[in-house]
Design a protein around this ligand. Structure first.
Ligand code: PLP
Length: 390
């Protein structure tokens, strides 16, 4: 079979591949601790589930508008205005099944052959995949391990060119857990000040999961507001990964194009999920706070445990629910670590290279798992590294 050439440019998200391998081992009776997949292990808060059930009974079982239900777009606009201190209107909001389509649609709508897209590396693998798929050139910007994996602003400045069309930012960051400070974001804003032809896709999906510092969106810088696309959603903040619900806020001129991409691909997000999402935004935020406080305890546990394993060093993440330790001193390659930890030690992790070329020498562990399982994983990993060093 011959597939279209463009398929050769499509990357993937290794987390789903490792998850499948881990499940196959479990089917053979092996016990696996899952630290590979990026989803909260908590259940969706009850009041949100109740709202979905009510919506189903009330008949929200049909197609809705491609850009999202008007009442949810209004609720999102209010939330974005409150959380970022900017004025957001509902007609700039597009709701999608999960936040991932916001990446796809934005890059499809803005970047083409001859254009360059700057993105952090290592980072969420779908950025690079989509940039390549859309025919544009991915231009990786390094993170600095010694500085808690913050973006290398010198590298960033040196890579802006006449061809730059789009810049992707992500804070709190996957996979390294860095939270970009206000000062850093303002420095990025200054570098883009004269370039009003450059758009920014600001992936803020982990904005509610922060342990140090505070969320500052580049859209809060006045000259950036009109050319920032905020990507956000319900998957991480409200443990709603399986509901598939996310959104983007766009410059007004882009909204019709993005809604058309939605009409052409998915038609709309599920109507009852959207009704429940209003409850997520407008109901009690206590479950979010409880979840973040549990994530903080797990972060402390995993960072401390990893630092006790010879050859592993681990900066403390400031947000999200991942650690990105360096394994360079163990002498094990990232890929070998991913395979060996799974097959020999029963711990599912991801090679840093799954997040880009600069991820070599690192692994990513998601601590969206119980403290008990994290302790078990740490023991298994310590044994695995020790055996490999003998
Ligand atoms: N952005 C980042 C940085 C992510 O890590 C993820 C999911 O892992 C997403 C976006 C996509 O989220 P969703 O499940 O809502 O599509």
């Amino acid at each position: 079979m011959t597939v279209a050439n463009r398929m050769n440019n499509l990357g993937t998200e290794t987390a789903f591949e490792v998850l499948a391998k881990a499940r196959a081992l479990e089917a053979q009776g092996r016990n696996i601790v899952h630290l590979e997949i990026g989803e909260p292990d908590f259940d969706t808060p009850g009041h949100i589930v109740d709202a979905a059930i009510k919506a189903l009974r009330d008949g929200y079982t049909h197609y809705g508008p491609s850009a999202g239900l008007p009442e949810l777009r209004q609720s999102i606009a209010n939330n974005v205005s409150n959380t970022r201190g900017i004025e957001m209107s509902p007609d700039r909001v597009v709701v999608t099944p999960g936040a991932k389509p916001i990446m796809f649609y934005t890059i499809l709508a803005l970047a083409q052959e001859g254009d360059e897209v700057l993105y952090p590396n290592p980072s969420f693998p779908i950025y690079e995949s989509m940039i390549r798929f859309c025919g544009a050139k991915p231009v990786p910007v390094r993170l600095l391990e010694d500085e808690g994996y913050h973006l290398d602003l010198e590298d960033f400045a040196s890579k802006i060119s006449d061809k730059t069309k789009l810049v992707i930012l992500n804070s709190p960051q996957n996979p390294a857990g860095c939270v970009t400070s206000r000062a850093e974001t303002e420095a990025i804003g200054r570098l883009l000040q004269e370039r009003d032809d450059v758009f920014v896709l600001s992936d803020e999906i982990y904005k509610d999961i922060i342990y140090h510092g505070e969320h500052f969106s580049i859209s809060q810088i006045p000259h950036m507001e009109d050319r920032t696309i905020i990507l956000d959603g319900f998957s991480k903040s409200y443990a709603m990964t399986g509901w598939r619900l996310g959104y983007g806020t766009f410059p007004l001129q882009l909204v019709d194009h993005i809604a058309k991409l939605s009409t052409n691909s998915v038609s709309c997000a599920a109507s009852f999920s959207q009704r429940a999402a209003i409850q997520a935004l407008e109901g009690s935020q206590q479950p979010v706070k409880d979840m973040v406080s549990e994530f903080r305890a797990r972060r402390d546990l995993i960072v401390q445990g990893l630092r006790e394993i010879p050859g592993i060093s681990c900066p403390e993440p400031e947000g999200a629910f991942y650690v990105f330790p360096s394994i360079k001193e163990t002498g094990i390659s990232s890929r070998d670590f991913q395979e060996g930890a799974l097959n020999e030690a029963g711990v599912a992790s991801l090679a840093g290279t799954a997040f880009g070329e600069y991820g070599d020498g690192y692994i990513r562990l998601s601590y969206a798992n119980s403290q008990e399982n994290i302790k078990e994983a740490l023991e298994r990993l310590a044994d695995f590294v020790e055996k490999r060093s003998n």
